[in-house]
Design a protein around this ligand. Sequence first.
Ligand SMILES: [Zn+2]
Length: 580
Amino acid sequence: MRILAAVLAATTCLIGVANAANVFPIDRATILAGSAFDFKVEFAGVVKAEDVSITINGEPAAKILGKDVAFIAKEEGVDASAVLLRAAKVIKPGLYTVEVKAGNDTKTVHWDVYGTPDTPKAKNIIFFLGDGMSVAHRTGARLLSKGMTEGKADGRLAMDDLDHMAFIGTSSTNAIATDSANTMSAHMTGHKTAVNALGVYADRTKDPLDDPRVENVTEALARTGRKSVGIVTTAEVEDATPAAVVAHTRLRDRKAEIVEMMFALKPEVVLGGGSAYFLPKSTPGSKRKDDQDFIKAFTEAGYSLATDAGALQAVGQANAGKILGLFHTGNMDSVLDRKFLKKGTVNKFPDQPGLVDMTKVALAQLAKNPDGFFLMVEGATIDKMSHPMDWDRALYDTIEFDQALRVAMDFAKEHPDTLVVATPDHTHGVSIIGTIDDDKPGEDMREKVGVYAAAGFPNYTDADGDGYPDKVDVSRRLAVFANNFPDYYETWQPKMNGPFDPAIKNEKGEYVANAAYKDAPGAVLRIGNIPRSTDTAVHAVDDGILQASGPGSEAFKGYLEESDVYRVLVEAFALAPAQK
Ligand SMILES: [Zn+2]
């Protein structure tokens, strides 16, 4: 796979860069043989149909793509012509050279169409996505959950025992930086794309729902067999990461439409928050702009509905079939709030299930399918709490993510035909640098930051053995800091009254430090180092670290592009065996 990529890179022609057509799938795209994708050419200007020539490996495009392309004389809102073919497919694996010509407007791109082994290595795949999970989250979760004595960890996280590992390049097609849409889309389709895009290449027309599509894992499984699909998240189920399992849109914010796309594909299990986009606009709290009732639609389609942890257990035990669990109108609360502090929105949603319980119910349901399943579990709050630099909440959620992963690894022990993957989509700019010790003399909190030998060890305890510190606001805590931040007041303390809200908008529309934290003892103003239009810390470009165990996992090694992860998944499932 990597040798092929190098060959492709070396033969890529850089012709007519300034004024050339765009071709989707883009140059060096990797495409699962037989998968459906939209083929689109965007010419730089208006061209005549009779001047257009498109060949693939020297043959007319239609011969390779299975259908004739349609010529669009002038695209809507654009003073230029295009060619479009929906649901094209290339059956035969190999290297393909696509040559597009219309007068002076020429472009050549190369595709790597790959097949898979004939026989599957894995029956099930459990894909754990720690949103924004960086090295500091793992180290911090281990220190908080297990402790450390004389420099050695007093225990191991579940993810510490996964067998194989790869560095993952998370960049998008239009920037080195990235968001949770295009990154998870790369994991779930095998195609990189632009920031904010899901299951499509981002084209130049305005409509965010017409962009050239690529097949996602749910569609690939529906096309090739009878495996079940499950989606579990602590975010809204139509948020970017879970959406990438089912959706096609240039804009991740199109959440109402994403619910429609989810309904069209009907994954067997859908658990998380986000009920506001399921409710018709007449229902209080709805975020839909139409009268469609997707709670009704899903239940009429045979789903059992659960809206709190108790109901989820009951539905799970009732053996009822497909499950829709919506436990919050928006994103679910962090485990620090749900289990310990009862802040955030826990008073409004007091009985939200945790990621461990949701994973157990999903696995029990999906495992009933004799043909196997694909389950995606997202620890969304790791990212949601890293943005506002609420490191305690982010680390507690990393522990919860790891405990849910333990459930999956135990399942895999009983079912060795299961591939387990744990990976971030992207990282955050965060590091642990030592401890903060309240017992050091003086008022100046900065002087209480212990670095090098002065850091010593934090004094969290876990007397009840639940894997979480008994108390988050101990006297010697982890010192965790972001390397990028808006203006904010550093309080040096866990946020006991609810998630941190570091910056708020001023009358000029710029984000400034939230004065609500100004009077915390020892609080100091930190002047930001990112644009004033940004309200929270941002994603890092640093590689993510993927780990995996089980059949097929040995393919995860060295450095992989995020789009290459999909190839390992579909190879494990043998989704494109040789045509006989
Ligand atoms: Zn994020």
